[in-house]
Design a protein around this ligand. Structure first.
Ligand code: ATP
Ligand code: MG
Length: 460
């Protein structure tokens, strides 16, 4: 068994709290049982006295008196019958000193039903009651009843014995329960502590057993998820770093190669011009990529602040499309927008524009001339759905789940003409999510693609 701080702490806590509760309970039970037992004894004694009184009142003569005394010889009670001045007429046994003391105590008025004379069973030798008797309607004397407290004490010591046995059994059961409980609570906690220690050392191979459906189970599942996430994050980070270095290397290789060639003295001016052009293009690509990476890093670090404001969506989109139209025209393509509703949304206009610039950039890059790109805006259950649809080459089914990942491109051979870096859509996704929206894509190879952006409509 695992003995550790938490087990001891929990165990001791349980033990003392339960012990205090038990001691209080036992004390209360014991005193009330003893009290009621003594009361019972006193009531029985008084009833016996009353009984003798009845017999005596029925027929008051020598025989009856004698008869009563004989009745008490064999019983564990004693009877003394006196006249009104407490002169003893008959007694069932020889009087002890203590009995005399009680007997000659001054008694005030005694009700017909009798009364208790002595009830201090702990300190005195006898408990006692008295019942008055009358003959021919005149009070004649008293029937005193005595019972030795040795007997009461014997009864109570038997009771104490039962209590002791019960206490030993409950304490044993208590200890066993505490051992079981602390073990069942602390073992999972300790397992989880070890797991998190392992995580903090960078070892993510954490396996926690199923701990049920309670809060401990929830905690262990959270730790397992955390371990998986951390592992994924670590892998993603190293993958990301290697992708970056790879992506940076390609344009740099071009720049290095072409600048090497351009340096040659015997090169025709025309060629040099062309090579310098390529170098310029590649360095521009490089700086764009670095800007994109910087944006992504900012979103990741949550230092990315968006300044949302109320925007009339249709006029906003019309303005962006107008700005982008020349780029489409340059490739003999067309851009069409279908939006004439009065829809308001809460967005950061600068950032949101970047979403459409990236989507339109893709539409231009991955479509043939003489095709059309359209934007549709629809209301849907309190949300706004913006669709950007092109008639381009489409995305293969198996690539669709990955196109929002960083550096993911369908065309892996990165020809210089199609030299995207694969960051555009991942930026789009992060930006849409920063606006509490979501983005989806539907695409058919050879027919075209459609991107759907859903954001909340601003009402009021
Ligand atoms: N409209 C589209 N039609 C066909 N394929 C697309 C379309 N949009 C994206 N893709 C595919 O998804 C990939 C990822 O797109 P993304 O915009 O993230 O990267 P990129 O365009 O290659 O590079 P970047 O946008 O960073 O310059 C693209 O390489 C392309 O293969
Ligand atoms: Mg792109």
């Amino acid at each position: 068994m695992i003995i550790n701080k938490i087990t001891i702490k929990l165990g001791l806590w349980f033990f003392f709290v339960m012990l205090i509760i038990e001691v209080c309970l036992f004390f209360f039970l014991h005193t009330s049982m003893v009290k009621s037992r003594v009361e019972e004894e006193l009531i029985a004694l008084q009833a016996r006295g009353n009984n003798h009184r009845e017999v005596l009142e029925d027929s008051y003569n020598e025989d009856t008196l004698h008869h009563i005394a004989v009745m008490e010889w064999n019983a564990d009670t004693e009877v003394i019958i006196t006249d009104r001045e407490k002169n003893i007429i008959i007694s069932s046994s020889k009087l002890a000193e203590e009995e005399k003391e009680i007997l000659y105590k001054k008694i005030e008025s005694v009700p017909r039903n009798g009364k208790i004379l002595e009830n201090r069973w702990k300190s005195e030798k006898y408990i006692s009651t008295v019942s008055p008797y009358a003959v021919n309607g005149q009070q004649k004397g008293y029937v005193f009843m005595f019972k030795s407290t040795d007997q009461v004490q014997g009864l109570i010591s038997r009771l104490n014995h039962h209590f002791l046995v019960a206490a030993v059994i409950t304490v044993t059961l208590l200890i066993l329960t505490i051992l079981f409980l602390t073990k069942s609570i602390t073992t999972p906690l300790i397992q989880m502590k070890r797991a998190t220690e392992k995580l903090s050392r960078g070892d993510f191979s954490v396996h926690l057993p199923n701990m049920g459906e309670d809060e401990l189970g929830d905690l262990s599942r959270s730790i397992t998820i955390l371990a998986k996430d951390l592992k994924h994050l670590k892998e993603e980070r190293s993958e990301f770093l290697s992708s970056i270095s790879h992506e940076l290397r390609t344009p740099l290789t071009y720049i290095k190669g072409y600048s090497d060639v351009a340096r040659r003295r015997d090169l025709a001016d025309e060629d040099r011009e062309r090579y310098l052009g390529i170098i310029y293009e590649e360095s521009e690509k490089l700086s764009n990529m670095i800007k994109d990476l910087f944006d992504l890093a900012k979103i990741d670090k949550n230092t990315f602040v968006i300044h949302q404001e109320k925007v009339q969506l249709c006029s906003y989109l019309h303005a962006i499309c107008e700005k982008m139209l020349p780029a489409f025209k340059e490739k003999d393509m067309n851009l069409e927008i279908n939006c004439n509703k009065n829809i308001h949304v809460l967005i950061d206009p600068m950032r949101f524009e970047q979403i459409f610039l990236n989507l339109f950039d893709n539409a231009i890059k991955y479509s043939d001339p003489y095709t059309k790109t359209s934007v549709f805006v629809k209301r849907e259950k309190g949300d706004v759905l913006i669709e950007v649809r092109d008639e381009g080459r489409g995305i293969p089914k198996e690539d669709i789940p990955f196109i929002f990942e960083r550096f993911y491109r369908v065309d892996k051979s990165r020809s210089r003409d199609f030299g995207g870096t694969g960051l555009g859509l991942s930026i789009v996704k992060e930006l849409v999510e920063a606006h509490q929206g979501c983005i989806e894509v539907k695409s058919e190879l050879g027919k075209g693609s459609a991107f759907f952006i859903q954001i909340e409509e601003m009402t009021e």
